[in-house]
Design a protein around this ligand. Structure first.
Ligand code: ZN
Length: 290
């Protein structure tokens, strides 16, 4: 019943997705043709032609691959494969092509890239939850949920998700963009930060904006969200309006921040793989600057 509920939910709510999330293969699934997503340390192994690999058996050599069922894509079951199983030597990738997940974006359909991101997170979850975080005993996989359960104390662990907010602050015809200290070069984006325990997403917006640039904002509006599998974030996007204060950066986090008009944007994300680019494109479309 649970599996049916999950399938219905995604069929109704995510009609643009052709992927149905499931924790166990349906009994009537055709296993003659399956999709395989081998993973090693955040690198995805694709078919030599560049797409997701497929076939009746996992396209990797030596040993028995630990395959983790993810769901059904256009009628085909999808399995992630841990290329470095804990109980044996690394698997031989054969003629598959290793591509870091970030670089895979744009080379396969967006829906497939999102599934590859899911695969990396599930493989990482399995690798890091072999033992109970409470008592150290070996865990078992829960058959009904995607969870690991301790055989000794019953402690249950689920895949880790770290919610984070990203917000585009608007002031009249301008937006606030900041050069984050962790960026590899001079590059500006919307403000972002992780949600603290006990906070709402909106609380995190107010706090992060105050901490990073010392201004107050109002009219916080939800924009959309994006799974961000580096390694396990969920980015929640917002827009808001400047209310008061002058920019005063936190030098620990920010190199430089400023107000920018559509015709004077610094290097910043546009469209593409991140919700930061979607936020900026949306603002340009709304303000006629696109
Ligand atoms: Zn335990």
């Amino acid at each position: 019943m649970k599996r049916l509920d999950t399938a219905l939910w995604h069929a109704v709510c995510s009609t643009w997705l052709v992927f149905t999330v499931l924790t166990q293969p349906p009994e009537d699934l055709d296993v003659a043709s399956r999709v395989w997503i081998p993973i090693r340390s955040g690198t995805v192994f694709t078919d030599p032609t560049g797409g997701l690999a497929s076939g009746s058996t996992a396209p990797v050599g030596n040993g028995s691959p630990r395959a983790l069922f993810l769901g059904v894509l256009d009628g085909q079951g999808v399995w992630a494969v841990d290329m470095d199983p804990a109980d044996g030597p690394p698997l031989d990738e054969g003629d598959l092509e290793p591509v870091p997940l970030r670089k895979l974006y744009g080379r396969i359909p967006d829906e497939h890239w999102q599934i590859a991101g899911r695969a990396t997170q599930i493989v990482e979850f399995e690798r890091t939850h072999c033992y109970c975080g409470r008592c150290g005993s070996p865990t078992n996989t829960n058959a009904a949920d995607r969870a690991k359960v301790c055989g000794e104390c019953g402690h249950m662990a689920f895949p880790r998700l770290s919610p984070a907010m990203i917000v585009l602050v608007e002031r009249g015809p301008e937006v606030l963009l900041a050069w984050g200290r962790q960026f590899p070069g001079r590059f500006y984006s919307a403000l972002a930060g992780f949600v603290e325990p006990g906070e709402s997403l909106e609380d995190a917006v107010f706090r992060e904006v105050r901490e990073e640039v010392a201004i107050s904002v109002s009219d916080v509006r939800y924009f959309g969200s994006q799974p961000w599998p580096f390694p396990h974030s969920l980015m929640c996007g917002f827009t808001c309006q400047w209310q008061a204060g002058e920019i005063e950066i936190d030098p620990e986090e920010i190199v430089e921040a400023g107000w920018y008009t559509a015709d004077n944007l610094p290097p910043c994300p546009r469209g593409g793989m991140s919700i930061a680019g979607w936020l900026i494109d949306d603002w340009l479309n709304r303000t006629g600057g696109a």
